[in-house]
Design a protein around this ligand. Structure first.
Ligand SMILES: [Zn+2]
Length: 290
């Protein structure tokens, strides 16, 4: 970005040209930053795996509260044949027309390892093509399938036009507990945004409150949901009533709840650390020192 100091290392490699969606105010000085200040109570709300409940249950609840959200779409699992448990593309297009973000979760829910990275570009293109066929723009956000990530995939995501990508709570927090850490913009790599809370069937409102308590000034809460409820992924199921309670609490507490793409109002996606893994190691070291 011209409005910011020259970036080094990976940033230059991964993001040769990146334009922010937020237009510069007319009154701004030519080189002034265009980013809005980070709200204190900011939640990025994400839903994975194309569950039919995202349309039937989440959609009306989110619309009622005026919340944004990203739905990460994959055609993996039994998406093609099982329309009791999975969205149709017409429903996905309706979520887009409602103003929600449609994100990319790879065609086949491809677990990303060093070995599978060569298959990633085609997996991303397949979902982007299906989006365009249904009048949805090509996704600019991605969720790592199964929360598995590998740094060698970062240039592939950037080349596909992905600006923000979400991982799980690992490696800072073990998967089993559904926890995570708050996202620190301009500290975390924008393509390795951590999950702060990963909803599980055992969760109650207290777990949502715990996840949200991991935030603070300069930090963003990133919540990961699957189906609400989820027919085919019972280990990440959230019952409808509890989901409704969680969202009602976020609304009552006056959180700003947005889709992942809308981070671009507050975060420059061209700012990336030279070593994307260093912040994770720092957090692990800090946690074990406590
Ligand atoms: Zn998934």
């Amino acid at each position: 970005m011209l409005s910011r100091p020259l970036r080094r290392g990976l940033a230059a490699l991964l993001f040769p040209v990146v334009a922010l969606a937020t237009p510069a105010p007319i009154t701004a000085a030519p080189l002034a930053p265009t980013l809005a200040p980070l709200p204190d109570k900011l939640v990025v709300l994400t839903f994975d795996d194309s569950s039919a409940s995202h349309h039937a249950v989440a959609r009306p609840v989110l619309k009622r509260h005026g919340f944004g959200a990203t739905f990460f779409i994959t055609e993996g699992f039994t998406f093609k044949t099982n329309k009791r448990d999975y969205l149709t593309w017409e429903q996905i297009a309706e979520l887009h027309r409602d103003g929600f973000e449609i994100g990319n979760h790879s065609r086949d829910h491809l677990g990303i390892t060093e070995k599978t990275v060569p298959r990633l570009a085609e997996q991303l293109t397949a979902i982007a093509d299906r989006c365009r066929e249904h009048g949805i723009p090509a996704p600019v956000s991605f969720a790592w399938p199964g929360n598995r990530f590998h740094v060698s995939a970062l240039p592939v995501l950037a080349a596909a036009g992905i600006r923000f990508a979400r991982r799980g709570g690992e490696p800072e927090v073990p998967y089993a507990v559904g926890g995570g850490v708050a996202y620190e913009p301009h500290v975390d790599h924008p393509l390795l945004i951590p999950t702060t809370g990963d909803a599980r069937p055992t969760w109650s409102l207290d777990d949502v409150k715990k996840a949200v308590a991991r935030g603070g000034p300069g930090k963003v809460i990133v919540l990961q949901f699957h189906g609400v409820p989820d027919g085919e992924h019972p280990w990440v199921n959230t019952p409808r009533e509890r989901f409704e309670d969680y969202m009602a609490w976020l609304a009552a507490e006056k959180f700003t709840v947005i889709a992942m793409r809308d981070l671009a109002r507050y975060v420059d996606p061209s700012v990336a650390p030279a070593d994307p893994l260093a912040v994770m190691e720092r957090r692990k070291a800090a946690a074990s020192a406590r």
